[in-house]
Write a protein that binds this ligand. Structure first.
Ligand code: FAD
Ligand code: DHB
Length: 389
């Protein structure tokens, strides 16, 4: 088999890149390790920047999103009973939308099928060859048979645990990592959201987030211990703990129900530099991870797609390699700022087990400053809605 761009990973970055390239007449094959049903069963991000929405439109897959998403012009931030709003639209002239990663992925699979673009599921043992030569290829196994795809370029969109990043020789890679001493326990429930905006809540018992997917589907998270397992938390225990961490105004009207999904994600900051090795380009979680506070994971992946797609298009349409030559530097410049915002927002609102009394006072002063200071709110809003590409 031969293609122009072999895309490893059928998550949001691989699929959006594939759809944009297809629209520009560039041939792709997407190789996904899991089944389509498995990918669509993973509950992940829920907030899209307007830049992400614009990319979906550019790829011709924005119609359902446009109809079903919910526009959010601001968010609520709390500490204990203290609460304030940050209005994104007034401060940064932009909004964000609520639209689940699952739905975005579903739309992209649908468009790919409609376009008869090749997506291979249940692929095993993907390996990359000759990325540092002019004749790269990707081998894989499907149903016990081995295959090879020859290509011009390889896009490594295979997430944090994929093979792409590890293919780059260790001596050419620099990795930066911070592990946080807690995770997030997330619950999805068929109940109306507690409020019409998201609530990011710090408290003496730890962080909590009230989010949503639609008028009758809520997504809630609480900071939990790294040793906790989802089955350690009954629904009742989860709701009780959530109520203790948000202002009583919201706790009193919280509608609880049966959880339809419950999972724990550890928190990590991670960046691998550079994002290119020869004809292999890393994109999304394959190159960087943020802690979820601030909703930057999926949106940063989409930023990479923007730079990489434009680089490929310039090359295939006009023979200009500047876009792909600058890809790693441009993508990383934006990624590091999203890393900073996610790290700072995590520090602002979580309870760190080793924090001293002084550290706690600093955290409270940080929250108070954000509550009172217009410039600080503008900085928060500009980061939350997404920095320009
Ligand atoms: P992925 O979504 O990881 O997609 C990579 C794909 O590659 C996967 O489908 C995988 O099966 C496939 N793959 C892996 N290895 C191989 C291989 N060897 N061969 C072929 N295919 C392979 N972000 C937020 O903003 N908010 C959140 O609430 C949030 N929650 C999250 C919860 C969890 C548990 C995780 C893991 C992430 C969460 N994120 C969240 C981050 C966000 O979901 C990611 O940033 C986003 O999915 C990145 O998209 P991606 O396509 O780069 O990677
Ligand atoms: C969601 C997740 C986040 O990490 C966040 O900051 C906002 C919303 C969500 O899953 O809805």
């Amino acid at each position: 088999m031969r293609t122009q761009v072999a895309i490893i990973g059928g998550g949001p970055s691989g699929l959006l890149l594939g759809q944009l390239l297809h629209g520009a007449g560039i041939d792709t094959v997407v190789l996904e390790r899991q089944s389509k049903a498995h990918v669509l069963s993973r509950i992940r991000a829920g907030i899209l920047e307007t830049g992400t929405v614009a990319l979906m439109h550019q790829a011709g897959v924005g119609q359902r999103l446009e109809k079903e998403c919910f526009r959010h012009d601001g968010t609520v931030i709390c500490h204990g009973e203290m609460q304030f709003g940050v209005n994104f639209f007034e401060r940064a002239g932009k909004h964000v939308v609520v639209y689940g990663q699952t739905e975005l992925t579903r739309d992209l699979y649908g468009a790919r099928e409609l376009a008869n673009a090749k997506t291979l599921f249940n692929i095993e043992n993907v390996a990359i060859y000759g990325a540092d030569t002019d004749t790269p290829s990707v081998s894989y196994e499907q149903d016990g048979l081995s295959h090879t795809i020859k290509c011009d370029f390889i896009a490594g969109c295979d997430g944090f645990h994929g093979v792409s990043r590890k293919t780059i020789p260790a001596q050419l890679r620099r990795e930066y990592e911070k592990l946080y001493p807690f995770g997030w326990l997330g619950v999805l429930s068929e109940t109306p959201p507690v409020h019409d905006e998201l609530i990011y809540a710090g408290s003496d018992r730890g962080f909590a987030l009230c989010s949503m997917r639609n008028a009758n589907l809520s997504r809630y998270y609480i900071q939990c211990s790294l040793t906790d397992k989802p089955e350690d938390w009954s629904d009742t225990a989860f709701w009780e703990e959530l109520k203790r961490r948000i202002p009583s105004e919201y706790a009193d009207k919280l509608m609880t129900g049966v959880s339809i999904e419950k999972s724990i994600a550890p928190l990590r900051s991670f960046v691998s530099e550079p994002m290119r090795w020869g004809r292999l380009f890393l994109c999304g979680d394959a190159a960087h991870i943020v802690p979820p506070t601030g909703a930057k994971g999926l949106n940063s992946a989409m930023g990479d797609v923007h730079y990489l797609f434009n680089g490929f298009r310039q090359l295939y349409e006009g023979g200009d390699s500047r876009g792909i030559d600058e890809y790693s530097a441009k993508a990383l410049a934006r990624v590091w700022k999203a890393e900073r915002f996610s790290w700072a927002t995590t520090k602002l609102l979580h309870r760190f087990p080793d924090d001293s009394e002084f550290d706690r006072k600093m955290q409270q002063a940080d929250v108070a400053f954000l509550a009172e200071n217009s410039a600080a709110q503008t900085v928060f809003a500009e980061n939350y809605v997404g920095l320009p590409y």
